[in-house]
Design a protein around this ligand. Structure first.
Ligand SMILES: [Ca+2]
Length: 397
């Protein structure tokens, strides 16, 4: 175990899921039917990428639990470190001094500094958004602040959104952010791990995706505006722990952690209920049944579910030119599987999958496509790395 703290709170994030053993039994049964076996294995155990597909470059090392990656219009990059630091990569190298002025975060287990997201008008305004766990172990919230970044420090830091109610503990706080095409901002949240009933409640932000305006106000076309007892920021609900958001052709995709099994990719629509914990394809970490149901009227089915869990963290869509064979794919960083999953979308639905980077044996926390068309990842390690994937034949970056 590389992360004893996370083991306590979320086995799917940290445990080596015993997929190989389960797969072996499954495969032996199918080998009675050789053709079926070949087909099943091809689907269930996608082959690692050919070694010549890509080359892995290390952009930066010594990042403590790096969590998210952002690109600035002038070519600089930003990386958050989970304990509460914001780092700058300038001219291809990590600036020694962390950015000053980052607000204090609740740093424990899965709680900490989450994402950095440049404002859509960053080139003019210099405004960044940060998401993080705020408060104490007894009472904490997921918070978004905005601040002006001058290249070395933050100023004019002001909260724009804070979840309600407060929760205890350091697990499942969400933290992924995304700009929608209309200029509204999404934030993904979790069920706090110990508060499984919250995602079905509309008077709690826990287990939802919320949508706010850039100044923190509520968009009046949010699905629950005006409904008694409902929080107006809620955009979708019934989520366990959403750790990836991305737009593809104007459609919103999210992935979320199941418990033991049942990690999901969902197509997110406003006002919809994604089912947790009433329906799930996973079981509890004790293997106990959480629910006998995998579907129910009024609740959305995932587009895809992973059992055993891969623990998805970070989500991108590849549509660049550097890897033409990857175009049209979701890229999913995985913690438990220690991989990058490439998930082909066919008519908007997950199809063939490919497991990349398994040869590194490292938990992957975030994945992004750079403006250069390369794929960037951070490894979830105490001495984490920022990686850049380029085609194997490409010149040194
Ligand atoms: Ca679900």
């Amino acid at each position: 175990m590389t992360n004893p703290i996370a083991v306590r709170t979320n086995a799917s994030e940290s445990a080596k899921i015993p997929g190989a053993a389960e797969g072996g039994n499954f495969a032996r049964q199918w080998l009675l039917f050789p053709l079926c076996a070949v087909l099943a294995l091809a689907i269930l155990f996608p082959a690692p990428a050919m070694a010549q597909d890509y080359r892995v470059e290390t952009v930066a090392t010594g990042l403590e639990k790096p969590w998210s990656i952002a690109f600035l219009p002038d070519g600089r990059m930003l990386v958050t470190e989970h304990p509460g630091r914001l780092r700058v990569i300038e001219n291809g190298r990590l600036v020694d001094e962390p950015v000053a002025g980052v607000p204090p975060v609740f740093n424990s287990g899965q709680a900490g500094l989450f994402e950095v997201l440049p404002a859509q008008d960053f080139a003019d305004s210099g405004v960044l958004y940060l998401s993080f766990a705020h408060g104490t172990d007894d009472a904490n919230h997921t918070r978004i602040v905005r601040a002006v970044f001058d290249g070395r420090s933050l100023s004019e830091v002001e909260p724009v959104f804070t979840t309600t109610p407060a929760k205890s503990g350091d697990a499942h706080a969400g933290g992924r952010m995304l700009w929608m095409p209309d200029g509204t901002l999404l934030l993904s949240l979790g069920d706090g791990f110990f508060f499984r009933e919250e995602p079905q409640k509309l008077d709690s932000h826990m287990g939802s995706i919320v949508r706010i305006n850039a100044d923190g106000s509520v968009p009046q076309d949010n699905p629950f505006v005006g409904r008694d007892g409902a929080l107006p920021e809620i955009y979708s609900y019934g989520h366990r722990h959403v750790q990836g958001l991305v737009l593809v052709d104007g459609q919103l995709y999210a992935h979320e952690h199941g418990p033991r099994g049942g990690d999901e990719i969902n197509l997110i629509r406003p006002g919809r209920n994604y089912g947790w914990p009433v329906i799930t394809y996973g079981r509890d970490y004790s293997r106990a049944l959480i629910s006998p149901f995998t579907e129910r009227e009024g609740m959305e089915q995932p587009l895809w579910q992973w059992t055993p869990s891969i623990a998805p963290a970070g989500l991108a869509f590849y549509d660049a030119g550097l890897f033409p064979q990857w175009r049209g794919s979701l890229l999913v960083a995985a913690l438990a599987e220690e991989s990058l999953r490439r998930v082909e979308l066919v008519d908007g639905v997950p199809g063939r999958q490919e497991v990349l980077l398994a040869e590194l044996g490292q938990r992957m926390r975030d994945v992004r496509v750079g403006p250069d068309g390369a794929v960037y990842l951070v490894t979830d390690e105490d001495a984490g790395r920022l990686l850049r994937l380029v085609p194997a034949g490409a010149g040194e970056g």
